[in-house]
Structures are given as structure tokens and as C-alpha cells.
Design a protein around this ligand. Structure first.
Ligand code: SAH
Ligand code: SF4
Ligand code: F3S
Length: 441
């Protein structure tokens, strides 16, 4: 067996892609390992979303250079591939900056990895694949080799929205939805491998539209797979939060009461400059409608502070929106200039110290809300889907319907099952509780 080490940066779709690359290389004799030391192949599956994410790759390549030299001294060869969004955005530059890299492969071309490996083995030199053959890769993918209790499944990829700060439309290409039959087949394969929860992925997952199927219809069809107990989807765009999807949150019992709906800013002026194509009030109304059908839904969002031109008043509007909505949890970032995006050349860039100060204020508010949301579950009995053994001996870890991690003293035989847990307390990042009884076999 040859050893394959894959390091994943960025979003859940990259995690899904990493698993698919490993599946693809398995027939060539590669088995995944947890460390790069001595690996026959290393894939860095990269993220380009913010400057820091992209820079990490180059420092990792520096470290790998030494390991590759060591492997060569021992008479072996370590193939080094850069995949993902940095590969797509900076393909040629990577090879120029880091000649140690053998292969550069974009997110839409990684099904060509086996062929690229053969080519570099034969001829040496560098192989570069950064085309956008729409959906072609999905046809070449292997059935999943394994599945965790919770499994990602990409249903839609790419983005046509061109928010002025964002690289995704350039790295992932245009919006494409996979055919529903393919998705259902993959969902059944995952269920057969032990998945009890399916997380449907897309850069704009709620824009899913193929053969007249909407995301709501897809969720209904997946709910018909008996052993799948829970369905989630991410990431959604406020503009595509259609009525049938909102209604599904009230009608499909397997669709979890959890919605990641990034708003980015609470100021109409900033939303406009970001090209988000909706106003703050539209977002508030959408949230209202969702809460009508699912009052207990856990809402989460992404925020960017310090977008070019953001005034104190704009930032205050964001804080006010957060106070009004009340989030279960949220991600927040300082605006990061991305080459080639319209916002990177906007005048009125915000100084770093202002961004940092705003981020600090926002994150404190969001942390307070997260604690309040978690605390609101203390004393309740919630169905928890157990995913894995925890670090503390005798404990296993699962999630509530609201996606909160819970640690419980219980037998590992419960992993893969839903059981009722009485929530007793909260620590910084997790709830803790005691097992009541098993809910399902
Ligand atoms: N498709 C999703 C977001 C994908 S990127 C959506 O439309 O919401 C994930 C998050 O990264 C974004 O929601 C945004 O908050 C953040 N992000 C994207 N580009 C960024 C940039 N240039 N600077 C800082 N944060 C950014
Ligand atoms: Fe990026 Fe906007 Fe597309 Fe989300 S909707 S991926 S933020 S361009
Ligand atoms: Fe990053 Fe690409 Fe995902 S830029 S967030 S890995 S789509």
C-alpha cells in the first residue's frame, strides 16, 4: 500500500473533495494516513477565501520540501499536489514560487489526478489542470469508500452571484446543480456505509435546481431513505430562500432546525456595495417567515467587518441586526482584499486597527448570544445523534438537532444512533448531559 496524506483547508466542500480524491486514488493503491512523514503522495486541498488562508499553503509547502528531500534520500518519491481554490486561482504562480510541487489541480479537475500521476511518473516535470469541465468530475467519481455518521454530499457547486469581495465565482466556476438521481444514489451509498445524517453542500445550496427539482424536493426524497435520520444543508444565500424550502422546515421532520444564512452586514449601503442583491429588511422578513414555521430554529450567519466604505453607523447597523435576530452561533471575519475582485480596488479601504476593533466588538456580542442559546437548552431533553468517541475516556460526542456538540458518558455502541439526552451544563464549546434512553435502533 502507498501512503496518501491529504490536508484540507477552507470550507466543507473542500472536506468533501478531499474524501473524493482519496476514493479516486484508492484503486491506485493509495491509503490515507494522518501524517505527511514518509507519505508517497501529499495533497494540499487549499482555500483562497482570505489572504491568510492562501498564505498558509506556501508555508506548508516549505515544510513539505524537507520531507520530500528526505523521502528521496531514502530512495523513494513523494508526489506533491496542490488542489483546491488556491490551485485554481494561482496555478502557474504556485509552480513558479514552489518548484517542489509536482501537480496543480483545480476543484473541477481533480478527477484527472490518476492520469496526472501517471504522466508525472512517466515524464517528470509539472502537471497543471485548471479547466472548468462542468459537472464532468462527478461522473468519474468512485462510490464512497467509507462514511462517518454525518456525511457531506455536494449537490450544487459554483456561484454566479459575484459578491464584490469574494473569489468563489472565480475559483469554483458558475452555478451547477447535479442531477437528483446521482445525488440520491450517493446518499444511499453513504447510508449503506453508515451515514445517519446527510449534509447537502453547495456554495449556494438553496439555489439548487436540476430537472425541475428544488432543494426542498431533494430533501424530501432523501428523507425517504429510511436509515437517514437527519438532513442539513449549507451554505444558503438569503436571495434563494424560497417559500417551498421555508415550508419544508415545518413539514419535513428529518430536516433539522438549523439554518446557516449568511447576511454579511446589517447596512443596506454596505450590502449594496457588496452586490448582495437584497436589503436588510428582506433578510429580516425571511427570518420572520422561517421562525413562523419553525420557532425554535437555530440561526447562524457569516459577517464581514471593515468592508471598504463601512462607516461607524454601518457597523452599528450590523450590531443592531445581530441584537434583533439573535444567533445560535456565527462566523465573523475582517474584510480581506482578494486580488481580482471589485472590492479590492475600491477607495476607502478601512484601516486594519479599525477592522480589528470592530471584529472584537462583534465577536463579543456573538459569543454572548451563543452562550445564551446554549444555556437555553439546559434542563431540556434533546435527541442527540452520536458521532464518535470523545477525548475524555468513557465519553462519546454527538449533536443536538441544533447542531450543538454534546458530550455524554455512554457506551460507544451508541455511535450512529439517536438517543435522548438530558442537557445538564455547558462548557465553552460544548454541552454536557446524561443519557435517558435510546430513541431508535
Ligand atoms: N456562499 C456563501 C459564502 C462562502 S465564503 C455566501 O454567499 O454566504 C464564506 C464566508 O467567507 C462568506 O460568507 C464571507 O463572510 C467570508 N468571506 C468571503 N470573502 C471574504 C473576504 N474577501 N474577506 C473576508 N471574508 C470573506
Ligand atoms: Fe461568494 Fe457571494 Fe457567491 Fe457566496 S454568494 S460564494 S459570498 S460570491
Ligand atoms: Fe475556500 Fe474555495 Fe471553499 S476559497 S471557502 S475552499 S470554495
Amino acid at each position: 500500500m502507498k501512503k496518501l496524506f491529504v490536508k484540507t483547508y477552507g470550507c466543507q466542500m473542500n472536506a468533501y473533495d478531499s474524501a473524493k480524491m482519496a476514493d479516486l486514488l484508492a484503486p491506485l493503491g493509495y491509503a490515507r494516513t494522518d501524517t505527511p512523514e514518509g507519505a508517497d503522495m501529499v495533497i494540499l486541498n487549499t482555500c483562497h477565501i482570505r489572504e491568510r488562508a492562501a498564505e498558509k499553503v506556501y508555508s506548508e509547502l516549505g515544510r513539505l520540501k524537507a520531507l520530500k528531500a528526505e523521502k528521496a534520500r531514502d530512495g523513494g518519491r513523494m508526489l506533491l499536489a496542490v488542489a483546491g481554490c488556491v490551485a485554481q486561482a494561482e496555478g502557474e504562480e504556485i509552480v513558479a514560487r514552489a518548484p517542489v510541487v509536482d501537480m496543480v489541480v483545480g476543484p473541477q479537475s481533480y478527477h484527472r489526478l490518476p492520469e496526472m500521476i501517471a504522466r508525472t511518473a512517466r515524464a517528470g516535470g509539472h502537471a497543471l489542470e485548471t479547466d472548468f469541465p462542468a459537472l464532468e468530475k462527478f461522473d468519474s467519481l468512485m462510490p464512497p469508500q467509507a462514511s462517518g455518521v454525518s456525511a457531506f454530499l455536494t449537490v450544487q457547486e459554483g456561484c454566479d452571484k459575484f459578491c464584490t469581495f469574494c473569489v468563489v465565482p472565480y475559483t469554483r466556476g458558475t452555478e451547477q446543480s447535479r442531477p437528483p438521481q446521482d445525488i440520491l444514489r450517493e446518499a444511499r451509498q453513504l447510508a449503506d456505509k453508515g451515514a445517519r445524517e446527510i449534509v447537502l453542500l453547495g456554495q449556494n445550496v438553496n439555489a439548487y435546481n436540476a430537472q425541475g427539482w428544488s432543494l426542498a424536493k431533494l430533501c424530501d426524497a432523501i428523507a425517504d431513505i429510511e436509515s437517514i435520520e437527519r438532513i442539513r444543508y449549507t451554505t444558503s444565500h438569503p436571495r434563494d430562500m424560497s417559500e417551498d424550502l421555508i415550508a419544508a422546515h415545518g413539514a419535513n421532520p428529518k430536516l433539522m432546525p438549523y439554518l446557516h444564512l449568511p447576511v454579511q452586514s446589517g447596512s443596506d449601503a454596505v450590502l449594496e456595495a457588496m452586490n448582495r442583491q437584497h436589503r436588510c429588511d428582506d433578510y429580516r422578513r425571511t427570518i420572520e417567515r422561517i421562525r413562523e414555521v419553525r420557532p425554535d430554529i437555530a440561526l447562524t450567519s457569516d459577517f464581514i467587518v471593515g468592508f471598504p466604505g463601512e462607516s461607524d453607523a454601518d457597523f452599528e447597523a450590523t450590531l443592531q441586526l445581530v441584537r434583533d435576530i439573535g444567533y445560535a452561533t456565527a462566523f465573523s471575519f475582517k474584510y480581506s482584499k482578494r486580488p481580482g475582485t471589485p472590492a479590492s480596488t475600491m477607495r476607502k479601504q478601512i484601516p486594519e486597527d479599525v477592522k480589528a476593533a470592530r471584529l472584537d466588538v462583534l465577536q463579543k456580542l456573538l459569543a454572548t448570544q451563543q452562550y445564551a442559546f446554549d444555556d437555553s437548552k439546559i434542563g431540556q431533553v434533546l435527541p442527540v445523534l452520536f458521532e464518535k468517541v470523545a477525548r475524555d475516556p468513557g465519553q462519546i460526542m454527538g449533536r443536538t438537532p441544533f447542531s450543538q456538540p454534546v458530550h455524554v458518558q455512554a457506551d460507544a455502541a451508541l455511535i450512529g444512533r439517536v438517543a435522548e439526552v438530558k442537557i445538564a451544563r455547558r462548557t465553552a464549546n460544548s454541552l454536557h448531559g446524561t443519557l435517558l434512553q435510546e430513541q431508535s435502533a
